[in-house]
Design a protein around this ligand. Structure first.
Ligand SMILES: [Mg+2]
Length: 421
């Protein structure tokens, strides 16, 4: 069996690096990006120059200013970050048929045999080329780690930051891992950390010296995984994970507290539209839904309902949304801070024609296909719904640009990657 060669890439201080790409005069200066509604709430990213002054993610921007008075605070440009992320993944996609983005700036690549395909002496040489191209063509610094599994490759990256590149050969994984704390491994949460500590295990060297059976008994499958990793035997093939979706939700803080409930409802309708499109494209409809409203004193009202037949069409769902929203704000006078909508109890769409002709789902599919074609040719904003148009006109202040990975990492992957060609 071939030994997997998995490359993990992670852009360094992604948002801050993007700001430097957008404004090259920031090069070499301490830069940090502020989050929150006005872009000056908390630090959501800082480059390494700023980190030297003690700036950390989650710190208040005024604190960051005190620590690093000459640091440059940038307001976030989320749509630009998404654009640069997409450019980066497009470039990476040229080097492997199997690329799995896991967040806006992070992903795994299956590099098995790719050094031969690209006529490089070895994988490290090819990785260096990729890194250089991302830097030269997009302007982003990235760190890369190569190993036999996603877990190991990611740990290699974490240990090589910033701007590093390291390959651990299959027979060197045990030696590489030995001095590292087990808690550095992704997926090891607090509870497991405590269990491991109680067991006297802190590093992979400790795992190495613990009998496999004992680990399995205490930790189940994770115990086996850790034991295999510590012995350099853990292998993992890269696949597009396809978890079955059980619910879908959207939770958005409005750009400002809204005391006009009609506008808040309009905003909720636009969020519903987005979420329904995703649900529909995953061939699902929902039996149950809920709407929650959080007010500016952080009190919350939520209502849920069960449909008599599963729903996927916008109009009946929008009517339900309106009803639930009205119940949430009934008797309230406080401005709305946040709205949430969720669908669960999902069931597949009926996409087979039957005795009575095409079901409504199938008809909607044709419509959606046409919509996609228009979007492909004229851009994402080519089609604007009535509710969104109203929001643009009446509630400009509620327009929201949330940061999201340009891909849905575990879902729709094959299709999205297809479009990258
Ligand atoms: Mg990163």
């Amino acid at each position: 069996m071939r030994i997997p060669r998995i490359l993990h890439i992670d852009a360094d201080s992604f948002f801050a690096s993007c700001e430097t790409v957008l404004n090259p005069r920031l090069q070499g200066q301490p830069v940090y990006v502020g989050g929150g509604r006005n872009g000056d709430g908390i630090v959501i990213a800082s480059n390494y120059e700023a980190k030297k002054y003690g700036l950390k993610i989650g710190m208040a921007c005024f604190e960051a200013r005190r620590l690093c008075p000459h640091g440059i605070l940038c307001r976030p440009h989320y749509s630009e970050y998404r654009r640069l992320s997409l450019e980066m993944f497009r470039l990476l996609r040229r080097f492997t048929p199997m690329l799995v983005p896991i967040s806006i700036d992070e992903g795994f690549m299956d590099m098995d045999q790719m050094d031969r395909v690209f006529r490089c002496r070895n994988l490290s040489e090819l990785a260096h080329q990729i890194k250089k191209r991302v830097h030269d063509e997009i302007g982003l610094p990235i760190t890369m780690g190569i190993g036999c599994s996603k877990l190991c490759a990611k740990l290699v990256t974490d240990c090589s930051k910033p701007d590093g590149l390291r390959e651990i050969p299959p027979n060197g994984e045990a030696e590489f891992l030995a001095p590292h704390a087990v808690e550095k491994l992704s997926g090891i949460g607090r509870r497991r950390q405590r269990a491991l500590k109680a067991f006297g295990i802190e590093t992979f060297a400790d795992v190495f010296h613990t009998p496999r059976r004992q680990l399995e008994k205490r930790l189940g499958w994770i115990g086996t995984q850790l034991w295999l990793l510590a012995h350099g035997l853990y292998r993992e093939k890269l696949t597009h994970e396809n978890d079955v979706r059980t619910c879908i939700s959207n939770n958005t803080t409005l750009a400002r507290d809204e005391s006009d409930y009609d506008k808040a409802l309009l905003f909720l309708h636009t969020q519903t539209e987005k979420i329904l499109l995703t649900l529909f494209r995953e061939n699902l409809k929902a039996w149950e839904m809920s709407v929650a409203v959080r007010f500016n004193d952080f009190s919350e009202e939520s209502v849920q309902l069960k449909f008599t037949t599963p729903q996927f069409e916008l109009s009946p769902i929008n009517r339900a949304v309106e009803r639930l929203f009205t119940r949430c704000v009934h008797g309230q006078s406080l401005p709305v801070r946040q709205v949430r909508i969720a669908f669960w109890n999902l069931t597949p769409l009926n996409l087979e024609p039957d005795l009575f002709g095409n079901p409504p789902e199938l008809k909607r599919h044709d419509l959606d296909r046409a919509r996609r074609k228009i979007e492909e040719n004229f851009g994402q904003d080519a089609i604007i719904s009535g509710t969104r148009l109203l929001l643009e006109q009446q509630g400009k202040s509620l327009r929201h640009d949330k940061v999201k990975c340009p891909f849905v990492p575990a879902r729709e992957m094959a299709e999205k990657l297809g479009k990258l060609e």
